[in-house]
Design a protein around this ligand. Structure first.
Ligand code: AKG
Length: 261
């Protein structure tokens, strides 16, 4: 079923070049380039701002209710959860063919959306431990989770962009087992640098984390996070789904949310 669903959404093998597939497999992340136009980025920024104002101190509440949240109440960052149900603008984030092709390259053909969230790193904040989004290192490339980060601002060395340690998805250890302090920089880490509108897929077993935003403007991004179909979602989509969303989205999108089998 999933193979067919992916085909119907326009996903096919050649959406990623051989070089892109090899890079993602070896390095554990891949910049897919600018998939959102400047106009779309502007619409999304405005929508995010509207939601942050509307939700106030309840913003991100869905994440606090999640069984597997990793950074509860992170100071210096703004979060929004359950974007699936907060506007048609967000439908693309879990149905974009090129992103799905990359996720499928990591997870195989049986996966679903785990959660769709917003995170900003506010000025002076944003540093996170190097971490993976799974409780243990996996063996034999048995990857369970894969993220995509959609840049709503340019990412650069100074503004709290995400850092990754290339190749660490293939290690048998977690950052806290090798580093005295996973908040520290790692000698092999790189900081993702790309213009707003770009999408970077990273295997969530690759060591990664936020960096400090040393500018005076927030660094904004949306995380479209996927898991194997038999895993527990970070946001229980069956519980949160709203009638307006169900009326709007396709059968294939509903399948990717894990609403049907
Ligand atoms: O937003 C980022 O730069 C990374 C966030 C992240 O890895 C997390 O919140 O687990």
């Amino acid at each position: 079923m999933q193979q067919q669903t992916l085909q119907q959404l326009g996903v096919h093998e050649n959406l990623l070049s051989k070089a892109e597939k090899a890079f993602l497999q070896r390095e554990g992340y891949l910049n897919l380039g600018k998939l959102l136009s400047d106009e779309t980025v502007a619409v999304l920024r405005a929508k995010i701002q509207e939601l942050l104002e509307e939700e106030g101190d309840q913003a991100g509440i869905e994440l606090m209710q999640s069984p597997n949240i990793r950074h509860p109440k992170e100071p210096g960052s703004e979060r929004l959860g359950d974007l699936v149900n907060k506007g048609a603008e967000f439908d693309l984030f879990y149905t974009h063919p090129k992103v799905l092709a990359a996720i499928s390259w990591v997870l195989g053909t049986s996966f679903k959306l785990s959660s769709l969230n917003f995170r900003s790193a506010l000025p002076g904040a944003g540093l996170q431990k190097l971490h993976v989004d799974w409780p243990e290192a996996v063996q034999n490339r048995d990857f369970q989770v894969c993220n995509s980060i959609w840049l709503l601002d340019d990412f650069h060395q100074e503004n709290g962009a995400t850092r990754v340690v290339p190749g660490t998805h293939l290690k048998n250890t977690l950052p806290q087992e090798e580093m005295d302090n996973p908040m520290d920089s790692h000698p092999d880490e790189i900081v993702i640098e790309a213009p707003a509108g770009s999408v970077v897929v990273f295997n969530s077993h690759t060591w990664h984390g936020g960096t400090t935003n040393r500018t005076s403007a927030p660094r904004r991004a949306i995380h479209s996070y996927f898991c194997q179909r038999d895993q527990t979602q970070q946001t229980n989509q069956r519980q949160y789904i709203r009638p307006a969303t169900l009326d709007r989205i396709s059968q294939e999108a509903a399948y990717l949310l894990g609403l049907n089998d």
